[in-house]
Design a protein around this ligand. Structure first.
Ligand SMILES: Cc1cc2nc3c(=O)[nH]c(=O)nc-3n(C[C@H](O)[C@H](O)[C@H](O)COP(=O)(O)OP(=O)(O)OC[C@H]3O[C@@H](n4cnc5c(N)ncnc54)[C@H](O)[C@@H]3O)c2cc1C
Length: 455
């Protein structure tokens, strides 16, 4: 078996891997990114293509070039939520607008940019095993049919949801979170369709709740090219994703004679971020560490930040000559005191949602004024609600007050959980105590809302 040695080996050429490789190269390290797909197929990844905007991305590649090449619709100013009784609720975005990208081109540019700033990219390279002697020391892969060994000071696992590296590595002695199951993921499928006439809602992302705690989406890449898709939680009864999507498309007059340009499905983690995504010589990023907003399925911004922070911390560790878990720990702290705490808090709404029927939840949603829903989800609070509006809301939500009250309680609990994450330990020494405290909080939460434990 031929072998090569690098400072950092990144496995996976999606958002997380590309940002990790670009950051490592910018820090002057010798880095290779291994991607199982061919150069032509790389970047072809199942996605709704919706992101918040280029400001979300770490500044280690040419973000203007990324935007010019792949942002096809930068005018997303509101979300439309279609509820089963036929009503549509309009939620304007508070700050800035969102964007829809051409995911394939976006992925190609990320890889192109990682290479331009100095990372080596090996396409057609499937990682099969992790090399480990206590510490992770590299990976074994097959490149164009030939077995290869890649040695590294640090391996960055950016291989996506349910990464094979985590099956192969022995992480039992590390703090690395191994409490991970496929039931904590969502199975999702999307098509890119082309319609004959421009849609009227090309400045909006459109959602519609489905059975099994999921939603259907219509995201306009342009006024005539729409990303349509849906997903369901894998702890629920499986859904016939393609059939449900086709049926909904058929019912919409604006999609008459639409043609399908592309189809793709995948799993995505709709769970809290890993409590720890480090082990000696090893760090997991993006979907491989649960860095997805568990209520929306948005994982691109988290993957980009995590990839960047992981490589940054790994670069410091390599410079100090110590890649043990304590040297990589700062990465866990950055994630879990930043977007990680918000995602962990959002996960409470998923757990709470699982205790109610979809009808009950959508009835409450459709009766609430948009601002109140935003308040429930924890932005500002409810004091600003005038008496008239309060009375109207009470009348409209009649029959669902229990659910509504519970939703307010979840909001309060979410704030408490974020405070626990703010106290994430600075070293692995405090990890067991922190986890005990967080687990006690979760036990109370499950009891309070009659939910099945998710972890
Ligand atoms: C249907 C769907 C819709 C979504 N919609 C949105 C959305 O609208 N907005 C949003 O922000 N997020 C969305 N997400 C989530 C988002 O796509 C992911 O969170 C994000 O892509 C994660 O990036 P990543 O780099 O961690 O993993 P990935 O993008 O999955 O990249 C992993 C890479 O690793 C490679 N790989 C895997 N195993 C190996 C191996 N053994 N050897 C070598 N290479 C390997 C894969 O080929 C792939 O290129 C959606 C996800 C799905 C499935």
């Amino acid at each position: 078996m031929s072998s090569e040695a690098y400072d950092i080996v990144v496995v996976g050429g999606g958002t997380a891997g590309s940002f990790a490789a670009a950051t490592a190269a910018q820090r002057g390290l010798d880095v290779v990114l291994l991607e199982r797909k061919s150069e032509q197929a790389a970047g072809h990844i199942a996605c709704g293509d919706a992101i918040k905007g280029k400001s979300t991305f770490p500044d280690v590649i040419d973000l203007d070039y990324l935007r010019e090449e792949s942002f096809t619709n930068e005018n997303i100013e509101h979300a439309l939520f279609e509820v089963p009784d036929g009503d549509t609720i309009d939620y304007p975005f508070e700050t800035g607008s969102g964007a829809i990208v051409d995911r394939k081109r976006y992925g190609e540019v990320l890889l192109e940019e990682a290479e331009r700033v100095g990372a080596e990219i090996h396409y057609d390279t499937v990682v099969r095993d992790v090399r480990q002697n206590g510490t992770v020391e590299g990976v074994e892969a097959v490149r164009n049919g030939e077995a290869r060994r890649y040695d590294a000071e640090v391996v960055v696992d950016a291989a996506g949801a349910l990464s094979i590296l985590q099956d192969r590595a022995d992480l039992a002695d590390a703090t690395f979170d191994t409490n991970v199951t496929y039931q904590q993921c969502c199975s999702a499928y999307r098509e890119i369709i082309e319609v004959e006439e421009p849609v009227e809602w090309d400045d909006a992302i459109v959602f519609k709740p489905t059975e099994e705690l999921g939603y259907l989406w219509y995201f306009p890449r342009t006024a005539t090219e729409i990303n349509v898709g849906l997903g369901f939680q894998m702890d629920r009864e499986p859904m016939e994703l393609v059939d449900v999507l086709r049926a909904d498309i058929r019912d919409r007059p604006e999609f008459e004679n639409a043609t399908v340009k592309d189809k793709l499905g995948a799993a995505l983690p709709t769970r809290r971020p890993y409590d720890s995504a480090t082990a000696p010589g090893y760090v997991a990023v993006g979907d491989a560490a649960g860095h997805v907003n568990p209520t929306t399925g948005g994982g691109i911004p988290g993957a980009a930040k995590a990839g960047h922070w992981a490589a940054d911390v790994a670069a410091d560790a390599i410079a100090d000559g110590d890649t043990d878990e304590s040297a990589l720990w700062e990465y866990n702290r950055r994630v879990l005191t930043d977007f990680g705490k918000r995602f962990a808090a959002m996960d409470l709404y998923n757990i709470f949602g699982g205790t109610h029927s979809v009808e009950d939840l959508t009835d409450v949603l459709s009766a609430l004024p948009a601002q109140q829903l935003i308040d429930i989800l924890g932005r500002t609070g409810t004091a600003s609600m005038g008496l008239g509006l309060k009375l109207k809301t009470l009348k409209d939500t009649f029959g669902h007050w229990g659910t509504l009250y519970d939703a307010y309680k979840v909001n309060k609990r979410a704030t408490e959980l974020k405070e626990i994450y703010d106290g994430y330990p600075e070293t692995p020494a405090g990890f067991a105590d922190w986890r005990e405290k967080r687990d006690a909080f979760m036990t109370d939460f499950y009891d309070e809302f009659g939910a099945e434990p998710k972890y």
